[in-house]
Design a protein around this ligand. Structure first.
Ligand code: 0JX
Ligand code: SF4
Length: 316
């Protein structure tokens, strides 16, 4: 039987960012340096395949520090942690390595500086997301107000309107954030903040690639996990940019083939925490069913790399 034709638009950049690459390397190098088990507080990045791979090598994933013994090393995930976490690890004299992405740490420092300057901080982020919890946790409880939407901005109650600053989560929707920042500036003209927002290069680039290909795609598959903020944003961006059907898939087995019936073009991308091996699995599943013509949609070239912490660059 002949396969139906399909144009597969493959986004670039897609998949692992420099912060994810570094975080995974940190766990691998910690296992080499100290042997198993090495504890990891929270999923190192939001991806089951990555977590299972590291677990098989001897990493033990926990949600809180009190689940770790004092005498084994612990790694903090790429999303960042509240100040109370390293403080507790210090108190217990634990060995720990912070795998917080340097671009998240930059936001932590920004928030601290504003606080030291006497400003009240407004964070644009998703409530309960570990990065938001970590960034808000750089400062005393109550020092950071969280907004998720323009409606939240309208409802904000602040102390001194002339002493405000904002920071953002790194993995937000670029377009939604433009609206929220504009609402903040309209309501509080004196508010200060970053040049635009704190969304990182990887989030921005992956969303731009999806936007570029969405109008040409009957459907889109985003490889990523349901708890991955940046991956979920890619699904939203694809749908809003004109793709009639956008689905988040953890791997090929999740593809809803019935929803793809009759499509002539499919876009494929991956969140910053999704490994390329899973992208290839999805491509192969499409090739099994369709006569695929691949088109690369490259909107940026990335060459960012972050060093692992010094403690892992020295022998045991
Ligand atoms: O849920 P997020 O997108 O923040 O995290 P994920 O999917 O693990 O991506 C990599 C870590 C990103 C931190 O900014
Ligand atoms: Fe860092 Fe951005 Fe990757 Fe998050 S998505 S780990 S901020 S590079």
């Amino acid at each position: 039987m002949t396969k139906p034709p399909l144009t597969l638009h493959l986004a670039a950049p897609r998949g692992f960012c420099a912060g994810v690459d570094r975080a995974i390397k940190i766990v691998e190098m910690a296992l080499t340096k100290w042997g198993a088990p090495v504890y990891v507080r929270h999923e190192i990045v939001h991806n089951k395949y990555v977590v299972d791979y590291l677990r098989a090598k001897g990493a033990v994933f926990v949600e809180e520090l009190d689940e770790c013994p004092d005498d084994r090393p612990v790694i903090f995930s790429a999303h960042g942690v509240p100040k109370s976490v390293p403080a507790e690890a210090d108190k217990r004299q634990m060995i720990y390595v912070d795998a917080t992405c340097p671009l998240v740490s930059k936001v932590h420092i920004e928030a601290e500086r504003h606080h030291e300057a006497g400003l009240q901080i407004i964070m644009i982020g998703h409530e309960g997301h570990p990065e938001t919890v970590g960034t808000m946790g750089q400062l005393p409880a109550g020092a950071v107000l969280l907004v998720e939407t323009e409606a939240d901005v309208a409802a904000l109650e602040v102390g001194d309107e002339t002493a405000l600053a904002y920071v953002t989560q790194t993995t937000l929707s670029v377009d939604d954030t433009i609206g929220i920042v504009a609402a903040l500036k309209a309501r509080f003209p004196a508010i200060i903040g970053p040049h635009k927002e704190d969304i990182c290069y990887a989030t921005t680039n992956r969303q731009a690639a999806v936007k570029a290909m969405a109008p040409d795609c009957d459907a889109m598959l985003v490889v990523g996990a349901p708890n991955s903020s940046n991956s979920r944003r890619l699904v939203e961006v694809g749908a809003r940019a004109g793709c009639a059907y956008a689905q988040l898939v953890q791997r090929a087995a999740d593809i809803d083939w019935r929803s793809l019936e009759g499509v002539r073009s499919v876009g494929v991308t991956a969140g910053a925490s999704a490994p390329e091996v899973l992208v290839n699995e999805v491509i192969e599943a499409l090739q099994d069913r369709y006569d695929v013509t691949m088109k690369l949609v490259e909107t940026a070239v990335e060459n960012v790399e972050f060093k692992v912490p010094r403690v892992l660059r020295t022998p045991a």
